[in-house]
Design a binder for this molecule. Sequence first.
Ligand code: S3P
Length: 425
Amino acid sequence: MSILKIEKAKAFDEVITDIASDKSISHRCAIFSLLSDKTSVIRNYLQAEDTLCTLNIVRSLGAKIDNEEGVLCISPPSKIIEPPLVLDCGNSGTAMRLLMGFLSSADGFFVLHGDKYLASRPMKRVSQPLKEIGADIDGRNNGDLSPICIRGAKLKPFDYKSRIASAQVKSALILSALNADAPSFFTEPELSRDHTERMLKGMGVDIGYENGKIIIHPPKKPLSPLDITVPADPSSAFFFAVAAAIIPDSKVVLKNMLLNKTRIEAFKVLQRMGTLIEFVQKEDKYESIGDIIVRYAPLKAVEVSENISWLIDELPALSIAFAVASGTSSVKNAKELRVKESDRISAVVKNLKLCGINADEREDGYDIEGGTLKKARFNSFGDHRIAMSFAIASLLCGGEIIDTECINTSFPNFIDILKRLVRVE
Ligand code: S3P
């Protein structure tokens, strides 16, 4: 089990050009390339464990994948191959849930599994609506837990109202609608990240809004291939934004970031807390892309209770800013945090208490009283975002993080970048 030792950092002024590529978009690039009959070209695909699992699965389903000097060329098979082995999603809920939607209407029998953390995450939110439209899908605990077995079937069109704002649920359902005989409709309580809609539209799917519902028209011909450069992941970059926000006199420029409004809400919360932040848009093809500049200023407490799905991945890192702000910050309506790679409500509160911060857990969030962080030994709980959040906290107090291999699931060069700011062993 690897342990990271991190010293206290001094003020820094850095331009970071090598933040990991966007994980959500990378997963979709691999899976969506199977929807075309031509070769998709993908630059800057995320080379991390989660997205490499998805790429391997796409290969097992028959795609030919060439890596030409870092540019992926994914040629789909004329027909999906029924793989002889189980399909390993690793730690990735996105891979498992999106593939459940895609494979439910593919021809063949498929088994999806993952690591011990993924094995305890709920899949019923996807398997249940899929069963209702005719999917032959099962798993432990009546289809809620992996391994998940799927025998592809002809699915009915649907009008589904999701109770949770989850891009994974939405994307799985949208993928399952593509082979139906008539249009399907999907509604979510608030807009979750919309990369699936944008990318499929770019590939030629007639997908849009009708009376507040997403309407998906099944395409009549194969989709156009993707030709895309994956931007840097704002959820990964956010760790360094928090570093600049908590270390007096620091500044960081984060280059070529995805600026989709459903993905930069955590930067907006930091801005509300007092941090000086500029967004400089540079291009807008499938997505808006540009630089984010973050400068230190004293932090004050906030309450976060809206647009939770827009900052669900960043709340652990944001909690480090709460821990040093003046006043008590609270997060509400964030019960989803309990079913991420770890129970992130419990993980954040336990680790903050270890470094002397008053933090209280509630079923749907937490309250954190700003204070002075003390040196501590933190647990990652096997969760990449918990490991990286407390690595950033350690920049203020010095610390050790236990069990940090999980960082490789999303941000393998995180420690290299951290080493530009401070000594890390
Ligand atoms: C993701 C959606 C989010 C997010 C996850 C990636 C995606 O999950 O937490 O890291 O790529 O669709 P939910 O949509 O289930 O909240």
